[in-house]
Design a protein around this ligand. Structure first.
Ligand code: CS2
Length: 477
């Protein structure tokens, strides 16, 4: 049995393994990250690991808002884990950027101490779309159970917004400048949305703090990209062979990675540009291209691919009829709604996304992409559909992922299976009420106000296109 990965055993890892190019013991925590899931460890932590070789002050304190799983896996490893970059040849790298993993409900004061520490200049976030507790129009969802809890007890928060507000309140009390709040989730205009939610939350308890946040705290917009399939036991076994050590939670991703951050970080912030991050004043152009082309195609492949019996993105792309449909949707329906930044050639970008989807070394499960459809589809498909309606453009292809999502929910409900979605109980209730009649069933889903804006739900052209698509799709029973 091999030894467990740790600072003490790293020396005996296989020579080919890339190790942290810095002395971990001499680094200090300069970044707090909320949501240390696979994507953070594949993406931002990789960039901070690169940066630590020239700036020892940007080690990461990772904070889990809920579960102890990541802490339990990484604490015995001193925060070390393996990153496998899957390309023609797979490379393995041990990432040392995460100095500690805190479980917020267990040690709240340790988290607040990090947030109050003036050496922490940056707070990054990957809590997925549902973690922002926003309602359909983009405002803070004051009826969300976590927000209701935090409104009652702001000093012991459970929501991301609650943690940020109490952290900023305590930071302000120290007299130190605030930290930058850097959302790294797939939301359109992520930084601005998060700023709005935090200020709205502050307004409920401390208007002066709300004004200070508006004046002093930076919430840069970002676009993040790297396809990161969930870790499985096959990866754990492969890492043990290749690294020569046991790693409880290695991470895998494609070789491609991109991070675009609004050029609005505070002076003295980590020099992200020096490690390949694009600082831009036109992040919306990047995030629209990525969310609509890549993520819109991903969700389309997920729901249609699952209905056609496929398991992974690569398998769905090997289905020539489905691949042709998705490519046509990208080129003819989505691309025309995007005005790309000058340095981004949209057709080359689109071709690269399709190549990435076909990467045979990536086992990206459609069932993983199908999670949280109620939170993803508004950013990935509905914005494009609204633009298509405004332009009088055809909707037949764009309606397909929406109809396929509805059929997916209906089929899961009929199978008595669960779905991963913050609206799961409501969705499964709708699924059970479906009859298979397109007009009846589609109308049930269009009533979901937190998913379908009233302007879209009330548009007969959209409803009709989704009904036609729904009627064409295979259904159980
Ligand atoms: C995927 C994304 O799971 C999903 O919803 O569409 O995680 C996707 O892999 C990333 O956004 C790629 O950058």
């Amino acid at each position: 049995m091999n030894a467990r990965l740790s600072d003490a055993t790293l020396a005996v890892a296989r020579p080919s393994i890339v190790r942290p190019a810095y002395d971990r013991a001499s680094t200090t925590v300069g970044v707090v990250h909320f949501g240390p899931g696979a994507f953070h460890r594949a993406h931002q932590a990789f960039y901070f690991d690169e940066l630590l070789g020239r700036d020892p002050t940007c080690a990461v304190s990772a904070v889990s808002l809920r579960s102890p799983g990541v802490r339990n896996a990484l604490a015995p490893q001193g925060g070390l884990y393996t990153l496998a970059e899957l390309d023609e040849a797979t490379s393995f790298r041990v990432i040392g950027a995460i100095r500690e993993v805190l479980v917020a409900p267990e040690t709240p004061e340790a988290v607040f101490a990090r947030l109050a520490d003036p050496r922490v200049r940056t707070v990054t976030i990957t809590v997925t779309e549902k973690g922002y507790t926003l309602e359909g129009g983009g405002d803070l969802d004051a009826r969300h159970p976590d927000i209701e809890h935090d409104l009652r007890t702001p000093q012991t928060p459970v929501s991301l917004v609650g943690w940020l507000l109490e952290g900023l309140r305590r930071r302000r009390a120290t007299g130190a400048p605030p930290f930058d709040v850097v959302s790294c989730d797939n939301l359109v205009d992520n930084g601005a949305r998060l700023r709005r939610a935090v200020v709205q939350f502050a307004e409920t308890s401390d208007r002066e703090l709300a004004r200070w946040i508006e004046r002093e705290v930076r919430f840069p917009r970002t676009m993040v990209d790297s396809i990161t399939p969930a870790t499985d036991d096959a990866l754990r076994r492969r890492v043990e062979v290749e690294v020569g050590l046991v790693d409880a939670w290695p991470i895998q991703r494609e070789a491609f990675t991109q991070w675009v951050v609004e050029d609005a970080l505070q002076p003295g912030a980590p020099d992200l540009r020096s490690v390949g991050v694009t600082l831009s004043n036109d992040v919306p152009a990047y995030d629209r291209a990525k969310l609509r082309l890549l993520n819109g195609a991903h969700s389309t492949l997920a729901y249609l691919g699952l209905l056609r019996g496929h398991e992974t993105v690569a398998e769905a792309m090997a289905d020539s009829e489905l691949a042709r449909l998705v490519e046509s949707m990208m080129r003819e329906d989505i691309a025309p709604t995007i005005s790309a930044p000058p340095e981004l050639d949209l057709q080359s970008y689109l071709a690269a996304v399709l190549r990435r989807f076909r990467n045979p070394t990536i086992r990206h499960l459609l069932s993983q992409i199908a999670w949280d459809g109620s939170q993803k589809l508004p950013f990935r498909i509905l914005g494009t559909a609204a633009d298509a309606l405004a332009a009088g453009a055809p909707l037949s292809r764009l309606a397909l992922p929406l109809a396929a999502w509805m059929v997916f929910v209906r089929n899961r409900a009929r199978e008595g299976a669960d779905i991963v979605d913050p609206l799961a109980p409501r969705l499964l209730e709708l699924g059970r009420a479906c009859t298979g009649d397109a007009g009846h069933d589609v109308q049930l889903f269009l009533q979901l106000e937190t998913v379908f804006p009233r302007t879209l739900a009330g548009d007969a052209r959209l409803r009709s296109a989704v009904e036609v698509a729904y009627a064409r799709l295979p259904q159980i029973g």
